[in-house]
Design a protein around this ligand. Sequence first.
Ligand SMILES: [Zn+2]
Length: 340
Amino acid sequence: MSQHFLLSAKARTLSVRKVMELTDEQAFQMFKEVRWGSGDEVSCPSCGSCRKHYFIRTRKQWRCKDCAHTFSVTSGTIFAFHKLSLRNYLAAIAIYTNAVKGLSALQMSRDLGVQYKTAFVLAHKIRESLIEHRDVSQLSGEIHMDSAYVNGTIREKNKKEDRVDRRLAVVQKPTKRCVFVLRQKNEYADEIIKGSNRTLTFIMKSENQADINKLANLFVKNGSKICADESSAYDILHAKFDTRRVNHGKEYRSDDGITNNLAESYFSRFRRMQYGQTHKFGNLYLANYANEAAYREDTRRLPNGEIFRDIMKKCAKTRTHHDWCGYWQGNKKKEERLVA
Ligand SMILES: [Zn+2]
């Protein structure tokens, strides 16, 4: 039997130890290279001019030759106004990369030796970058769909006679949300990646026909095959797509081989992240958590060094966010990302 990819040396091209051994200069060069490439030309975040700007060596900052704006390697990015050393940000990304079932802010705070509040914001800056730069081009081929509920169930009463059927709509909490996933099957099932190779997630208030129809029309190419379970929310898809169903009340795989297991395997990771790491998903950031699990699924067979660079790139491309500058001083997201 061939060796599992994750056990091979190819899967381990990065370690937190290696990152912590970087000098300040190396960490700086790494950030610069990921953001602007290896040349001497850098782009001014204020006016956009890209040339060899004047470099202030002692401050590790540039002064723009066109607009005289002074900027650093993190200016204009999600890590702008940073207080920790650059190495600590790299370490945070490395720890985040290696946490394949997600990472709680408390764990990150212990690993980095920073306050919980710092770690919370840091991890969310990474999640924000991941969702902002996710690939939302249309999925094609075979698409598996499913959804799962979070933040809805009430606590069970102590005495059996006081308990109610927690599935009833009247006893659901108003915070209940539905995580909807669409997963594309890898057409070229190779040695490395079996199953799905692209995942998109969305948050809805309930598993309903209108939202599902809208999302399928936006994100699934015409002529694709859709596999879903028996929920009536997917009935509407038959009109436009070649839709196959599996009745989970009876079986997980129908006699003609239909499953929606790619969607189920996404939720497997998602639930492990919920139960074992984060414990609670605030609705405000639920879309980001759901997308984090999707990202981890899609990159599950990449060497960790490659994932690390990809996350760094996405962070460098993400503009400074009002929601994440002064979060604990009151600046924060006002609305959750729901399918509108
Ligand atoms: Zn400029």
